[in-house]
Design a protein around this ligand. Structure first.
Ligand code: DGL
Length: 257
């Protein structure tokens, strides 16, 4: 029996991670949990979010996943806490992304766009500064509902532009989309910040997942995989984003956690 890999986020953002993961590991079974009933994570208190994540982990454990991937930067701040609650290996997105950023930036100056919680935690800044990379960090929790709703009207574009215009003259060569939702509004961010390296969490995280599965002899030997989606809120956004990302799923259901 091919046990599934579970991924979760506060909503549809983590589907950008799932896309990369499914491209690298197409023969695995996936469960994606969109915790949009508790959306957004990035403005919740540290303690409240921990309680919620513990509850969610407990729910996911019922499906006996072989690995849990935290497809969310804000929730990744709690990876050690969650790992202490379970024997299932847990993978975060921040550590793999930082490793990748280090190898991509030529001038050692990067910009971090992330939720208020992720920026305040200083996690990215501490890891990158240790390897000599300067970080211009911009808290952008106000971009998250734009990406979640998929509505990029003039009000949304004004929010993005007024936040990013003031830093657009800075010579960082790399932009970290340090919130998994931001892959969904990359074009709008690019339109303000222009040509730079844009780093998303998906590919670096997928590679770490591959290594973990291989090293523990857990790679699937099936000829095809599958995807089931659970949401704690409405299903529309996930259906829309799956279409946008060409992600095929077997079933989507609403659950109460
Ligand atoms: N997508 C999440 C992240 O990567 C969180 C967005 C939110 O719910 O605030 O941080």
């Amino acid at each position: 029996m091919n046990r599934p890999i579970a991924l979760f986020d506060s909503g549809v953002g983590g589907l950008t991670v799932l896309k990369s993961v499914m491209e690298l590991l197409p023969c695995e079974n996936y469960l994606y949990f969109a915790d949009n009933g508790y959306f957004p994570y990035g403005t919740k208190s540290y303690a409240d979010l921990r309680l919620r994540l513990a509850k969610l982990l407990n729910f996911m454990e019922n499906f006996t996943p072989k690995v849990v991937v935290i497809a969310c930067n804000t929730a990744s701040l709690h990876v050690e806490y969650l790992q202490n609650l379970t024997n299932i290996p847990i993978i975060d997105v921040v550590t793999p992304t930082c490793k990748h950023v280090e190898s991509v930036t030529m001038n050692k100056k990067v910009c971090l766009l992330a939720t208020d919680a992720t920026v305040q935690s200083q996690k990215y800044q501490q890891i990158l500064q240790k390897v000599g990379v300067d970080v211009v960090a911009v808290p952008c929790s106000d971009f998250v509902p734009i990406a979640e709703s998929g509505v990029c009207d003039t009000t949304a574009l004004d929010i993005i532009s007024s936040k990013l215009q003031p830093i657009s003259h800075i010579d960082f060569d790399t932009v970290i989309l340090g919130c998994t939702h931001f892959g969904l509004i990359k074009k709008q961010i690019f339109n303000v910040l222009g040509v730079r390296n844009y780093v998303q969490c998906g590919n670096p995280t997928a590679k770490v997942l591959f290594d973990v599965l291989q090293n523990s002899n857990l790679l699937s030997n099936a000829t095809k995989g599958g995807l089931n989606i659970f949401t704690t809120g409405k299903t529309q956004s996930a259906i829309k984003v799956c279409k946008q990302l060409s992600l095929r799923f077997e079933c989507i259901s609403t659950v109460q956690i």
